[in-house]
Design a protein around this ligand. Structure first.
Ligand code: AP5
Length: 221
């Protein structure tokens, strides 16, 4: 399995990636999580990207492409789910060149389709563990009242700085301007598949599985 899970902020890419990892033993390469970890560790890269992320802007292409390349080169079983990358046409082109060099051609781009009003609601409801990144939702998966993460035992449970209203608006505008064109790029080479991201998490997962298993080469390679 070598796929891109594509979609606007809050579409459910992270949530669905984890379910695909469990089902297909694929490695998740989530650029947002990787960048947040760099910020958390206060690495030179983290210090460089922090202001872009907090404001809901894209990190410069060359920094993200280099990070993804290093991760793909360490891949063990050749199975991956890319979450949050590529986000610009330049990133998509760089990914194509890199995967050709590694003899790991992309098999599908699954676009989770979710309207803006649902996205705004989901992101305003999201909370995460500051230590391990586990995701909560104030209504569907409320975080524990004592602030201790049930997954890593640490915490605290916080709101992402870019989940505040002004940053959400910026992220949606950036998505429209810079990321939406990536869909057209993949539509022209036949890799794009649109899946509704509305409904319960398990329901969305079943739609993705149905798509993948309707094309056995995707699920098993
Ligand atoms: P990143 O972390 O990738 O953020 P994003 O794409 O904006 O996506 P999110 O993590 O916000 O949402 P998601 O689609 O994963 O949804 P989730 O499953 O969490 O990137 C952050 C920043 O890093 C960027 O703004 C940029 O600065 C930088 N960056 C990252 N990659 C980059 C790149 N390639 N190039 C340049 N810069 C880059 O779900 C959201 C919420 O909804 C959760 O609360 C969840 O519980 C809930 N939910 C999920 N599914 C459902 C459902 N079916 N029904 C109801 N609620 C649901």
């Amino acid at each position: 399995m070598r796929i891109v899970l594509f979609g606007p902020p809050g579409a459910g890419k992270g949530t669905q990636s984890k379910l695909l990892r469990e089902r297909y033993q694929a490695t998740i390469i989530a650029t947002g999580d990787m960048l947040r970890e760099e910020v958390h560790q206060e690495t030179p890269l983290g210090r460089e990207v922090r202001r872009y992320m907090e404001q809901g802007m894209l990190v410069p292409d060359e920094l993200v492409i280099g990070m993804v390349e290093r991760r793909l080169r360490r891949l063990k079983n050749g199975r991956f789910v890319l979450d949050g990358f590529p986000r610009t046409v330049a990133q998509a082109e760089a990914l194509g060149r890199l995967l050709a060099r590694l003899h790991l051609p992309l098999q599908a781009v699954i676009s989770l389709e979710v309207p803006a009003e649902e996205i705004i609601w989901r992101l305003s409801q999201r909370r995460i563990c500051d230590a391990c990144g586990e995701t909560f939702h104030l209504t569907f998966r409320p975080p524990p009242e004592d602030g201790r993460c049930p997954v890593c035992g640490k915490g605290p449970i916080i709101q992402r700085p870019d989940d505040r209203p002004e940053a959400i608006a910026r992220r949606l505008a950036v998505y429209e301007a810079q990321t939406e064109p990536v869909k057209a790029y993949y539509a022209t080479n036949g890799l794009l598949h649109r899946v509704s991201g509305l409904g319960e998490v398990e329901e969305v997962h079943r739609r993705i599985v149905k798509l993948l298993e309707g094309r056995p080469a995707l699920a098993t390679m």
